[in-house]
Design a protein around this ligand. Structure first.
Ligand SMILES: [Fe+2]
Length: 259
């Protein structure tokens, strides 16, 4: 394990995570590069339509219960969702692609319903989705205050020096992308960044680099509806199929890959 983590650390040090110069696009782009995330809002009409599509497909695929309920592949189940992410959010995809080392495109849209009653959060405690870089767009489809399981991001934690410090702190761990809750507290005390609780009314969107530290806060009452776009660089067929299985995309929504 230690040898594996050591090799990983060396790879991370050697990997070029591009530090794009800022001020070449707009404030959103600058924030994505500098802080690791930015927020924007979509219209009421778009929000309502997305929420309706989410509810229709949760019923169709029988996603019920309490806790962190998920349905991946909403962009494949609904032409509106597909069009919305690819056309209406074009400018935000551009921001991500200017910021990213690799050109990324939409892999899948996750529909999320967080229902109180199971002491549950979305995504669990502090973690990175991966080291290096990865991007997501999260949209709140219901009002999200402190009690409704908001998303929390640690500003600047996507930076390479921050990733290296975290990997060293997690050196003896079996799971190097998950962190003890104390670590962000220590890093904040050292003035290396700030925890940001991202509350917002429905229609609030958060574009973020998910290689930065983030977590979901436990929902205390009611429910939280959301959609999250997963963006990936071009994948080999095998990786693509593995990811479809990993995310439990319903069979009829899996893509036919013709090689
Ligand atoms: Fe995550």
């Amino acid at each position: 394990m230690i040898i594996k983590n050591f090799i990983f650390l060396l790879k991370l040090i050697n990997t070029q995570i591009e530090n794009k110069s800022i001020d070449i696009r707009d404030n959103n782009f600058n924030d994505l590069v500098k802080k690791g995330y930015y927020k924007f809002k979509i219209s009421q009409k778009e929000t309502d339509k997305l929420a309706e599509e989410l509810k229709i497909n949760f019923r169709k695929y029988n996603i019920i219960g309490v806790g962190d309920l998920r349905l991946h592949g909403l962009d494949r189940a609904s032409s509106y969702v597909n069009e919305f992410f690819k056309e209406n959010l074009k400018e935000h995809f551009k921001n991500i692609n200017y910021s990213s080392s690799n050109k990324v495109s939409l892999f899948s849209v996750l529909g999320g319903k967080l229902v109180a009653g199971n002491n549950q959060s979305s995504g669990g405690g502090w973690h990175r989705d991966m080291y290096y870089e990865q991007y997501k767009i999260l949209i709140y489809l219901s009002d999200v205050d402190e009690k409704k399981g908001p998303f929390c991001y640690f500003e600047k934690s996507h930076k390479k020096y921050f990733q290296i410090i975290n990997l060293i702190l997690n050196f003896f761990s079996n799971n190097i992308t998950r962190y003890n809750n104390l670590i962000p507290e220590i890093l904040q005390k050292l003035n290396l960044g700030k925890k940001k609780l991202l509350v917002g009314s429905k229609g609030t969107c958060i574009v973020f680099n998910s290689s930065g530290l983030h977590r979901g806060i436990k929902i205390q009452n009611g429910e939280r509806l959301s959609m999250t776009a997963y963006l990936y660089p071009k994948l080999e067929n095998k990786q693509y199929l593995e990811l479809e299985n990993h995310f439990k995309i319903p069979n009829e929504l899996k893509k036919q890959i013709i090689s």
